[in-house]
Design a protein around this ligand. Structure first.
Ligand SMILES: Cc1cc2nc3c(=O)[nH]c(=O)nc-3n(C[C@H](O)[C@H](O)[C@H](O)COP(=O)(O)O)c2cc1C
Length: 177
């Protein structure tokens, strides 16, 4: 059974937290990575257009090119970066007001990936505060491809203790009618 095999969904969402310190030399087994990627693959998207692409980066050479795009020392402890890109021109557009579903589709897929990684016992951290130009260059992306988010993937270092969740109470964020 994979780690957390019997993990209930509610335990899973409570367990997920942002991890910012990893075991640098502990790589991710291929079957674990495949299960995570497959969880993203089956995510829903508007009109089922699946306008996403997953970039799995473990090459030290490419990682070195990415680091200047997110200048936090801790990111360098992750053995793998999972970058999610998308093609806005390939996403669904609502004709009444030209709403484009790309951000929604990519957010859903990212959440699937992150929750699957949590179930596999891996640490993740949703990263948006990156310099897209530097990462685009590192991955040699075509001009129409945008990067929406990335996450480090790896086993949390022993010092990466989860912080207690600070969240608004349900009373603050819910109205019953
Ligand atoms: C859209 C989005 C962007 C984020 N960007 C970053 C980031 O650039 N760097 C970072 O360290 N954490 C980032 N985070 C993580 C949040 O800080 C974190 O999810 C939040 O503080 C709640 O903590 P938790 O994930 O441990 O529950 C981001 C989270 C989201 C959802």
């Amino acid at each position: 059974m994979n780690e957390g095999g019997a993990m209930d969904f509610y335990d899973l969402v409570s367990k997920r937290c942002s991890v910012r310190s990893f075991e640098r030399n502990k790589s991710i087994p291929e079957e674990v990575l495949n299960r995570i990627l497959n969880s993203g693959r089956v995510a829903p998207s508007a009109c089922n257009l699946q306008p996403w692409h997953f970039h799995v980066v473990t090459s030290p050479e490419i990682l070195e090119k990415i680091y200047p795009g997110y200048k936090r020392d801790w990111i360098q402890s992750a053995p793998c970066l999972l970058i999610v890109s998308g093609d806005r021109n390939n996403a669904w557009v609502r004709r009444q007001d030209n709403y484009n579903s790309i951000e929604t589709d990519l957010t859903i897929v990212m959440d699937h990936l992150i929750l699957a990684a949590t179930k596999e016992g891996l640490g993740t951290c949703w990263i948006a505060a990156f310099d897209p130009g530097i990462i685009r260059e590192a991955l040699q992306l075509e001009p129409n491809i945008e990067i929406f988010a990335f996450t480090p993937l790896g086993y949390a270092a022993p010092d990466a203790l989860p912080a207690p969740k600070k969240r608004k109470s349900l009373d603050e964020i819910t109205t019953y009618y």
